[in-house]
Design a protein around this ligand. Sequence first.
Ligand SMILES: Cc1cc2nc3c(=O)[nH]c(=O)nc-3n(C[C@H](O)[C@H](O)[C@H](O)COP(=O)(O)OP(=O)(O)OC[C@H]3O[C@@H](n4cnc5c(N)ncnc54)[C@H](O)[C@@H]3O)c2cc1C
Length: 392
Amino acid sequence: MTATTTTPSMTFELNDEQRALRDTIREFAESEIAPHAGEWDEQHVFPTDTIRQLGELGAMGIAFPEEYGGLGAGAVAQAVVVEELARIDSSVAVTVGANVSLGGEPLLLFGTEEQKQRWLVPLARGEHLGAFASTEPGVGSDVQAATTTARPEGDGWVVNGTKAFITNAGNDLSAFVIITAKTPPADGGSALSTVIVPIGTPGYEPQKPYRKLGWHASDTRELVFHDCRIGGDAVLGPLGKGARVFLTTLDGGRVGIAAMSVGLAQGALEQAMAYAKERVAFGAPIAKLQAIQHKLADLRTQIEAARLLTYRAAALKEAGRPFTEEAAIAKLFASEVAVRAAEENVQIHGGFGYIEESAVPRFYRDAKILTIGEGTSEILKLVIARRMGLAD
Ligand SMILES: Cc1cc2nc3c(=O)[nH]c(=O)nc-3n(C[C@H](O)[C@H](O)[C@H](O)COP(=O)(O)OP(=O)(O)OC[C@H]3O[C@@H](n4cnc5c(N)ncnc54)[C@H](O)[C@@H]3O)c2cc1C
């Protein structure tokens, strides 16, 4: 049988707008981020001005509708932008990725018009950052077990509790944090809700940034809420349905982490290839050795698969179709590819890979969190097994 058309039934290419955004961010990352990334990492500096510039370039609003300050370019373009940033600097990538998917996305999906105007529009325009706090010192994967409380008082709420490992909630650009908290339902007991806490509210006490294994230039803190009074309009989404708000938010966040993983892996592969071509051993560049070629070819293959899984999940999200399982598959696979790529990059660099004078060890340290944040690999397998009808 001969084909009657040359149009492929599936396309695997970015469109013109997505390519243009990718090129803009790639150029910015290479010229404005790459020269400083090592220093920010070494000194644990949050690059406020660079994040602000990325906001001015439109990086925070790629996928948000134009009516809410965004570009309306869709979730695939958003993934591509985060990928490009992570190819150079994962700390910057997570600052943008978490701001968009954890700060902005729940407002778009669950916010009232007033909440969107107050918090989402400036976020999409890059004027301020938002955060989402679910994790607590004693509670991570088991989201429903949160112990932070929001009790009604007067016409508002009073929040008490502690959140752990929260991104973007204490730097100069931070404006609000959405938190999960137990609220009393009508029938007694307690239910999980999500509420918005403006940064600077009395009783909101961000702690000093953690010293982390990687992501040194991102802002991660413990947050303490001590009789923190917020307004009656602070509840995001239906009261008592905070788990749904959070889990829906996480689906999008997982596409972001998958994109970050693809970018980090791509950056590591490029570093490894460049070094393999220049490093001579036994009279020839090590790139001529089949052992090295196989490592690089394996990485190229795995990264391509991770990229396609990530773009597929993003494309489903963009089309308004279910993508929970696809996001979990993409994040699980891509994050493990990133860890492998970062490790092989060190291996190919030999002893130089272990010395803090290039980006190689930074990429190695930055990779590990990708298999932990926004759903550990174990939790993602649980999500996938559930979709397969295997787990409760
Ligand atoms: C740098 C950084 C930034 C972060 N940013 C944020 C943020 O912005 N907002 C936020 O809310 N959180 C954030 N987190 C927290 C992160 O999402 C959690 O660390 C992650 O969800 C895991 O939770 P946990 O650390 O409590 O581990 P736990 O849930 O205690 O898990 C510990 C181990 O047990 C395994 N495990 C747990 N339950 C199961 C199960 N049912 N089946 C199989 N294995 C299981 C896990 O896979 C893991 O290996 C951040 C963390 C870091 C390090």
